[in-house]
Design a protein around this ligand. Structure first.
Ligand code: AMP
Length: 416
């Protein structure tokens, strides 16, 4: 037997209904907030992520599924959606063609990470992005949409954490203060942190190495180094969240794993997810559109991990069994008519099934039970001679006869 690749997983019937619930809830919410769906390819030029996600990130350094295709082109299976969304925004000049550049996408992402609960090599994200809006109200709208999603899914005890990492003007002073505060401690940090100190010192806050934590806890906080416009922006974002009644807390360590973030960063953390407790995360990336060859437009967005949302769903979120009918055939004549009736029900928009292999009535009824059918339609020689069908309500076993000609409408009434 050839098994699935490590870090990938099948989403089986029984589980997939939860995915459909999450996806459907996300789609409805995005529509309500005015976000339009954009579908981008899974493969892109490697350069898009090297530039977009950032050379100094763990993703680009160690986790990308990149290969040379048959034409000699370096291609990457997307590790995240934002660079692709920016590319599509620029390539199709969407700011001219769309009423507002508020977009969402859903689909698989690929990162060569160490698999564990809530962390996979092929996983799925809902990605939400807005281009071209500076106002702090859009930061609040995006965070609110994320918060609403969690609430709509019935996920309890989720926690919103926010931070501001400043902008190109104020970040250099913060980085300098960070390196200065590290001083003699730097050589004692892990190898990754040594690299981060050279390439992007803020990333040191991402470090999960136990021994490094006491040193990192003593480092300065980005919000103490914000320039006036960044400080005002962050204050306004928090004021909007307060006005919405969305509880938040400040996390100095929230710099996020990607290079492009500016100003607002945020995450929503879930309970009972173990070490991988981030349900979603995002922030502002005001320089990214320009860096990727587009106009100088700000951007903000978030990505939610669908696996983690599904894991965090309350047990009560199990989607209801769809109402369906089951057709039971007795004898060859019955079977011929049962097949026609089955098709009529389906053509009328009703969910209906039949058992083709088991011949006995008892075996067919058993199947109807397993399928949790609401009603069984029994079609046999006697019934046919009378121009009738026997209707059985599965919940209580009540049976009655109904005219063959009216049966579709009667079943519709019972199922809807
Ligand atoms: P990121 O794109 O790293 O900001 O991640 C955004 C969200 O995607 C996280 O909060 C997780 O919910 C999810 N996520 C990221 N990496 C993985 C992974 N390897 N497996 C499953 N979910 C992930």
């Amino acid at each position: 037997m050839i098994a699935a690749i490590r870090g990938t997983h099948d989403i089986l019937p029984g589980e997939v209904e939860k995915w459909q619930l999450v996806e459907e809830t996300a789609r409805q919410l995005c529509a309500r907030y005015g976000y339009l769906e954009l579908r981008t390819p899974i493969i892109e030029h490697e350069e898009l992520f090297a530039k977009g996600t950032g050379e100094s990130t763990d993703i680009v350094q160690k986790e990308m599924y990149s290969f040379t295709d048959k034409g000699g082109e370096r291609v990457t299976m997307r590790p995240e959606a934002t660079p692709s969304m920016v590319r599509a925004f620029v390539e199709h000049n969407l700011e001219q063609t769309l009423p507002a550049a508020k977009l969402f996408a859903m689909g698989p992402m690929f990162r060569y990470e160490r698999p564990q609960k809530g962390r996979y090599r092929q996983f799925h994200q809902l990605d939400v992005e807005v281009f071209g809006v500076n106002d702090p109200a859009i930061d609040a709208e995006v965070i609110d949409l994320a918060w609403m999603l969690i609430a709509a899914l019935g996920i309890e005890r989720a926690e919103l954490v926010v931070n501001s990492v400043g902008c190109a003007q104020c970040r250099p002073a913060f980085q300098e203060a960070l390196l200065k505060a590290l001083g003699d401690d730097l050589p004692r940090l892990c190898e990754d942190c040594q690299r981060r100190a050279r390439t992007n010192p803020l990333r040191i806050y991402d470090c999960k190495v136990e021994a490094d934590q006491p040193i990192i806890d003593r480092l300065p906080h980005s919000i103490d180094y914000l320039c006036e416009p960044c400080a005002t922006h962050f204050r306004d974002v928090r004021a909007h969240l307060d006005a919405f009644g969305i509880p938040w807390s400040l996390s100095h360590r929230l710099v996020r794993g990607l290079d492009y973030y500016t100003r607002t960063t945020f995450e929503i953390l879930g309970q009972a997810l173990g070490a991988q407790n981030a349900l979603l995360g995002g922030g502002r990336y005001d320089g990214l559109v320009k860096d990727l060859g587009g106009p100088d437009r700000p951007g903000i967005g978030f990505a939610a991990g669908l696996e983690r949302l599904v894991l965090a769903l309350p047990a009560s979120a199990a989607p209801a069994v769809p109402a369906r009918a089951f057709v039971v055939a007795i004898g060859d004549d019955g079977r011929r008519e049962a097949l026609v009736l089955l098709r009529e029900l389906r053509a009328a928009g009703l969910a209906a099934q039949m058992e083709f292999e088991a011949k006995g009535v008892r075996a067919q009824m058993k199947r109807a039970d397993r399928l949790q059918a609401r009603v069984a339609l029994i079609v046999g020689g006697d019934e046919l001679a009378r121009g009738e069908v026997t209707l059985r309500t599965m919940a209580n076993g009540d049976q009655r006869s109904a005219p063959r000609a009216d049966i579709v409408e009667i079943v519709r009434g019972l199922l809807t």
